[in-house]
Design a protein around this ligand. Sequence first.
Ligand SMILES: Cc1ncc(COP(=O)(O)O)c(C=O)c1O
Length: 420
Amino acid sequence: MNYQTTLEYAKAEDANDQLAYLRNQFHIPKDKNGNNWLYFTGNSLGLQPKNTQKYIQQELDDWANYGVEGHFEAKNPWLSYHEFLTENMAKIVGAKPLEVVVMNTLTTNLHLLMVSFYQPTKAKYKIVIESDAFPSDRYAVQSQLKFHGVDVADGLIEWSPRAGEELLNIEDLETIVAEQGDEIALLLIGGLNYYTGQYLDIKKIAEIGHAKNCMVGIDLAHGAGNISPELHDSGVDFAAWCTYKYLNAGPGSLGGLFVHEKHAHNKDLPRFSGWWNHNKETRFNMRQPFDVMPGAEGWQLSNPPILSMAAIKASLDMFAEVGMEALREKSEKLTGYFEYLINEMDSDDIKIITPSNPKERGCQLSLQVKNADKRLHQKLTENNIITDWREPDVIRCAPVPMYNSFEDVYRMVNVLQTLL
Ligand SMILES: Cc1ncc(COP(=O)(O)O)c(C=O)c1O
């Protein structure tokens, strides 16, 4: 890339950007004086598409007009509403529609998946996570171990970066599994690490785990809508993610769940059930013996919250229009530009800990701040630059290809340089 340090260059890139029009389709938050924020926290909560209100209003209107009949009469009948989301969601994560469903929230889904895919025996009962796994994943795994009567200190294996390094090395996972694989039941790994922004080779992780008959699950909270994980081809057994980050579906919005096709018709898998994973043809006969649905839908429990799903539909329709390929292409360029400008600054006070290979990261760069000086983050915020601080010493900053511009990135680094 022939990146340049000038504002003119950033403006020219925006003028040539085929996706620049998308920015206008989002609400960009403003400060008290009406100035746009430079919003770099799509890794935490994505911005609101302007269409979301319309999608939710449609369901409110149908509820007002039809009451319970909305299950059949609504413009998008509620009975099968979740099915409107499946195909587009499957495309985003590289899965077959049979393998994907939208339901519940991320941690809930991880638990439901572990009910099925963490079946410890006396000999094979350990779970591997990354040493800096997102706390909710760690707590979920610890509670699963305890639920099955496994001592956490014995049953939890942590895959850590090497001494003095921040990033994980896949060879170390190979060593862990080679040495302890006979005792390991499950690898549950964050595919794109929330802290470092490192995107791991999930296909390789699946191969490593499966070579020793371990189940492999991936948390894609920071991956969905950011990178293209090709879940089906990766061969992982299951995955779960949220929709409030790069999928722009609103705070606390529902999660996505993937179960690989190879498990789609296995009715013997242990699982929790409710009426919504019962065969939809006979669901309302109410007295049938339980008959589980094939595929990811076979993990549903309850009839879904339509208002929340409407926000997801608004977002997924945008993703379907643009496609992950075009988004990813812009994203690599935009984050590459961000990295270039930071490197050109040549400051001793910050260090990028995210991998520099675009194939090993999404849009986020994690800036490690010397002496963990949190004031830098505060000052950025005072300057209308919204990033987030993660203990102990990182500012996470995610230029999102749907709504961030090259000029945003230029201005952000410009302010950063002045502050430093
Ligand atoms: C990697 C990861 N796992 C789990 C969670 C928790 O998600 P939820 O509150 O939707 O269960 C998050 C939330 O940001 C996350 O980033």
